[in-house]
Design a protein around this ligand. Structure first.
Ligand code: DQA
Length: 152
């Protein structure tokens, strides 16, 4: 069965109340509900997690990657600072998509760089919480393709 881990980094627990003009009014629990419904419809096993700690996010990535699960990751500010997250994706050969609620390229320059983007299959940003939905829809067929391939 295809498995997807949706991993959220620092401050995303505040979604819905934090800077609503930038991040909107939907809470992280609301995002989880939407994705749960999509996962049930697609026959996908969904794990949804959030942490404010970088090391814990590294462990979440390792667990997903080593289990062969796909990763949809909004690493929040760690996107722009963390070599460790990038190494965890690369080191476990995880199939990962980076997401952001806001369009990071339309914001401060320090948000334009991502350490993770080069080791992800793609990046989706700027569509509000629908960025998660788009990433989920994109990763499922990629995982199905990967699972169908016999191990080299
Ligand atoms: C974010 C963008 C990041 O730059 C920021 O630090 C966040 C949220 C987003 O979803 O738009 O915490 O990842």
């Amino acid at each position: 069965m295809v498995a997807v881990h949706v991993l959220n980094g620092p401050n995303l627990n505040l979604l819905g109340t934090r800077e609503p003009a930038t991040y909107g009014a939907v809470t992280l629990a609301g995002v989880e509900e939407r994705l749960k419904a999509k996962a049930v419809a697609a026959g996908v096993e969904l794990t949804f997690r959030q942490t404010n700690y970088e090391g814990e996010l590294v462990s979440f990535i390792q667990q997903a990657g080593l289990a062969g699960a796909g990763i949809v990751i909004n690493a929040g500010a760690y996107t722009h600072t963390s070599v460790a997250l990038r190494d965890a994706i690369k080191g476990t050969e995880a199939l990962a998509i980076e997401v952001h609620v806001s369009n990071v390229h339309a914001r401060e320059e320090f948000r334009h760089h991502s350490y993770m983007a080069p080791v992800c299959v793609g990046v989706i940003c700027g569509f509000g919480v629908a960025s998660y939905d788009l990433a989920f829809d994109a990763i499922v067929p990629l995982l199905q393709k990967r699972l169908a391939k016999p191990a080299a």
